[in-house]
Design a binder for this molecule. Structure first.
Ligand code: PBG
Length: 323
């Protein structure tokens, strides 16, 4: 029955009515907070393009995790900034590497917090690409073995979840096999399955010092125009043994989040990336947007699109606002 019998405004009249019929809830329990832990650092160092986010020493990272736990944020995603880089990215699988040391320290102080180790070579290679080079392109199969070695080292250090973000073909299967052979059969893999070649990673690359020294990542990350391919990537990662999938970035890809969720039904994370964060922070600082309302609306939209988990630099603020 149309208007005037039907009046959609009836259920919008009060805060309590709106709460009663709300379809999507966001909660700190769904957030993952990314952190940048830097080798040889003994203080916090601001990251210019990401106001409020800092390079942390291991001790500060441990403090930060305590704060997050008190706010109800259950998980962190660790990125490491090594002291030195080389052609192969050997710092990634160093058992005394920055992510390994930070993982041990965090798990010792806060055993209930979920430590997710980002698995990629780009922070560790001197050329900034996500794998080893052959000529001017990234050698897929030669990179797989290095990723597998890194995954085992991270999991041995105590990482609860391994999250490969490199976009090499076949990496999930190789990582699963390496973990299993090492007895790490219970360590889940969160695959960055639909990782697009995005302009929104700019601030992160400044933070991680991982801007490619030549070329770009379009030869391995996905073309932003492709949705059906994202579904195919997701299904391949599941076949190889992924436990959870990811779509990244989040906001320009909300349709991809919905498609992947509908077509796979598995636990899905969305990464609200550095550039998405920087846009909101810049607009809020200029007085163009209300930060709190913008962030909560954004996170609600990502959940409504179908994400179970949201990886976001806003996690600490949002958790506070939701309390
Ligand atoms: C590493 C990696 C990147 C991000 C997460 N893992 C950067 C890239 O692919 O260049 C981006 C995260 C962000 O922008 O917040 N491969």
């Amino acid at each position: 029955m149309p208007f005037p019998q039907t009046r959609m405004r009836r259920l919008r009249a009060t805060r309590a009515l709106r709460g009663l019929v709300r379809e999507t809830e966001i909660s700190a329990a769904d957030f993952v907070y990314p952190m940048f832990v830097a080798s040889g650092l003994d203080r916090r160092e601001p990251i210019e393009a990401m106001p409020g986010i800092e390079h942390l020493s291991i001790a500060h990272a441990v403090d930060e995790v305590g704060e997050l736990a008190a706010l109800g944020v259950p998980a962190v995603l660790l990125f490491g900034i090594p002291a030195s880089k080389d052609a192969e990215g050997s710092g990634a699988w160093d058992d005394e590497g920055i992510v390994q040391l930070a993982t041990r320290a965090i798990k010792e102080a806060h055993p209930d917090t979920i430590v997710i180790a980002d698995l990629c070579l780009c922070e560790y290679t001197d050329h900034g690409h996500c794998g080893v080079l052959r000529g001017s392109s990234v050698d897929n199969d030669a990179t797989l073995e290095l990723l597998a070695r890194t995954a085992v080292s991270q999991a041995r250090a105590g990482a609860d979840i391994i999250a490969p973000s490199d976009m090499m073909d076949g990496r999930v299967g190789v990582i699963r096999q390496a973990l299993d052979e090492d007895g790490l059969t219970d360590t889940p893999i969160l695959a960055y399955s639909s990782k697009f070649a995005s302009a929104f990673y700019g601030p992160f690359r400044e933070a991680a010092g991982s801007t490619p020294s030549f070329g770009d990542r379009r030869g391995y990350q996905m073309d932003p125009a492709n949705g059906a391919e994202a579904v195919r990537e997701s299904k391949l990662d599941l076949d190889e043994g992924a436990d959870m999938l990811m779509v990244k970035p989040a906001l320009p890809y909300l349709d991809v989040i919905r498609r992947v969720k509908d077509e796979t039904g598995v636990p899905l994370a969305a990464y609200n990336v550095s550039g998405e964060y920087a846009m909101v922070k810049a607009a809020a600082a200029a007085g163009y947007l209300d930060e709190r309302a913008t962030v909560l609306e954004t996170l609600t939209g990502i959940r409504r699109a179908g994400a179970d988990v949201i990886i976001t630099y806003h996690a600490k603020d949002a958790a506070r606002w939701l309390q």
